[in-house]
Design a protein around this ligand. Structure first.
Ligand code: 13P
Length: 255
């Protein structure tokens, strides 16, 4: 049984002061214990977020890391540094990093290995552009992203990894993939992992959907066979919305 995982990706939002305020608001909400809850905050907010969420069940993640442990990489942060702070999760290969910071499937693979070596739980992002979907190459493309991301990674490490399917056309646009589209791709991701490893391994890897997930569409998305969670941008910046996402099981479906 895969435990659902809802992760907020704050992106480049919230100062330390705003982090304190938002997390205090989230902590006032009674959050479901059946759902793993993660907040991926800016580097500068990690320490404050960890202190505030200690023993609350909420885990803290970063949004990126470098693949080397240390060295002449101005402006970068390593897994060792993140672990020292107590960070538990790290997003790898988000489409915004691929688009604006030239990340490739190869660097995603190196970062994935670094995170796993140092005991961070990676959330690896894959997904197609609208043009790629319209050209009908989205399934092949995402399959290829998975194969390259997991190159030379053993099954025990793969099992610890979370994959997030984030169609780029659905990010921050208010345009969610239909639950069928999201489930089709998450199922293909699982099938690809099965072909790389085996059924046992692929059946424990959690696959999230991300892209305009909101309180009114989470329940339907989470009802799909291959969707084990959500990676949430905009709606994670508002405590009441984020609380409703975590508590989706008791949320009224707005259909
Ligand atoms: P939105 O939920 O704002 O569409 O962002 C999705 C995302 O990029 C999460 O990583």
């Amino acid at each position: 049984m895969r435990k659902p995982i809802i992760a907020g990706n704050w992106k480049m939002n919230n100062t330390i002061e705003q982090t304190n305020d938002l997390i205090k608001e989230i902590l006032e909400i009674e959050l479901s214990g059946d759902v793993e809850t993660v907040l991926c905050v800016p580097y500068t907010s990690i320490q404050a977020a960890i202190e505030l969420t200690r023993e609350t069940g909420i885990k803290i993640g970063a949004q990126n890391l470098h693949w080397e442990k240390k060295g002449a990489y101005t402006g970068e942060i390593s897994s060792v540094m993140l672990k020292e702070l107590g960070t538990e999760y790290v997003i790898i290969g988000h489409s915004e990093r691929r688009q604006y910071f030239c990340e490739t499937d190869e660097t995603v693979n190196m970062k994935l290995k670094a995170a796993l070596n140092d005991g961070l739980i990676p959330i690896v992002c894959v997904g197609e552009t609208l043009g790629q979907r319209e050209d009908g190459i989205h399934l092949t493309l995402v399959k290829d992203q998975i194969v390259k991301a997991f190159k030379d990674i053993g099954s025990k490490d793969a099992e610890k990894t979370v994959v997030a399917y984030e169609p780029i056309w659905a990010i921050g646009t208010g345009k969610t993939a239909t639950s069928e589209q999201a489930n089709e791709m998450c199922g293909l991701i699982r099938k690809t992992l099965e072909s790389l490893y085996d059924k046992g391994t692929s059946s424990v890897i959690r696959v999230q959907y991300g892209g305009s997930v909101k309180p009114d569409n989470i329940k339907e998305l989470m009802s799909m066979e291959h969707i084990d969670g959500a990676l949430v941008g905009g709606a994670s910046l508002k405590a009441s919305d984020f609380g409703r996402l975590i508590n989706y099981k008791t949320e009224e479906a707005n259909v």
